[in-house]
Design a protein around this ligand. Sequence first.
Ligand code: AMP
Length: 405
Amino acid sequence: MQKEVRKIQDLELRGKRVFVRVDFNVPLKHDGKNWVVTDSKRIEGALETIRHVIASDGKCILASHLGRPHGKKDLKYSLEPVGAKLSELLQKDVVLTDDCIGDGAKSLSQRMRNGDVLLLENLRFHEGEEENSPDFVAKLMELTDIYVNDAFGTMHRAHASTVGLPKMVAQRAAGFLVQKELKYLSDLRDNPGRPFALIMGGAKVSDKMGILEQFLPKVDKVFVGGAMAYAFLKAQGHEIGRSLCDEKQMQLASKILRISDARKVKVFLPVDHVATSAISDVKGKVITDGVDIPKNLLGVDVGPKTLELFQKELSEMKTIFWNGPMGVFEEPAFSKGTFELSKIIAGTQALKLAGGGDSASAISQSGCEDQFDFISTGGGATLEFLEGRDFAGLKALEYRVQGDG
Ligand code: AMP
């Protein structure tokens, strides 16, 4: 028995209440009077699907979580500022419900006209969302004729709105954003154009182990930067001073080095560093002479020779996937390695893909967004998908179809 995931464009939406699970978990700030959205990329990411529902004369019901309100109503996490931003982007009224379930939401959904947009209040104001409780699913069902998932970043979680609800709805499909994510990420996972370079950064080796192991059979070069690199350097016997690294991470790094050696995959590590006495000591930064970091200092970014090396080694690649910063890039004094790497990748001829919030933000801050072929909106979800783990939200969308044999 084969399985397939339908696309939103395959469904007849006219006159139907289309429940669209979106990822509107956007950053907010309080401007003294109101909460306002500071980065609307995730809202913009869902516009194609929303516009399609409107243009198809469907009734668009949008549902999302925002922050971690832990199952209780907390107006700090209200979707009200998201509704205002969405209305501005769509140039259209967006009605926000007081609650995502109950009589109020149900009656608003029944009174919608074709092409209307209704935004449900934060799903996580109810414990039932994260617990995937049948009662909560039943309440969401009252609002749903057709289910669409366009929230790739939450598809790895088995929540009511990502798994419980689609399993109960006869007509279900993937939105445009999810279709795009699945296409690029499955091509990358299953059939990357070779030579293929994997670039990993950030702080936690453990989070990226699965992906490294998954890719080692099909990758040609691995580049490691950020705090992760110190675990690899220490495993090779280098001095890393007071840089972030623990025993467990070092053992994991050792294991990866052993496997990559056996598979003849070259692992490129930093050959120099930006180091300082403390992350707060911006003025005291130095560039190390070589790969070792003096005992009293800690590494906070990759150095210029490393960037030169990475540039040279990346030049002939056909596919590049990048996840995780090269240093403490939130601090401008230590951001150069990450921003320069973004420009180096942008300047190659390769198919350029990136995933994770930090990489996405570095690419946008360095002005390279347009040069990347695809920047995944998911963080943990992207990594889990690439690791080949079961994706609960995707399984819940599947239909069984008769296969050839
Ligand atoms: P991760 O969540 O594992 O992708 O790690 C991202 C975080 O790693 C960012 O907040 C960076 O500031 C941090 N990071 C990157 N390089 C370093 C470093 N050399 N020392 C400490 N933290 C780092």
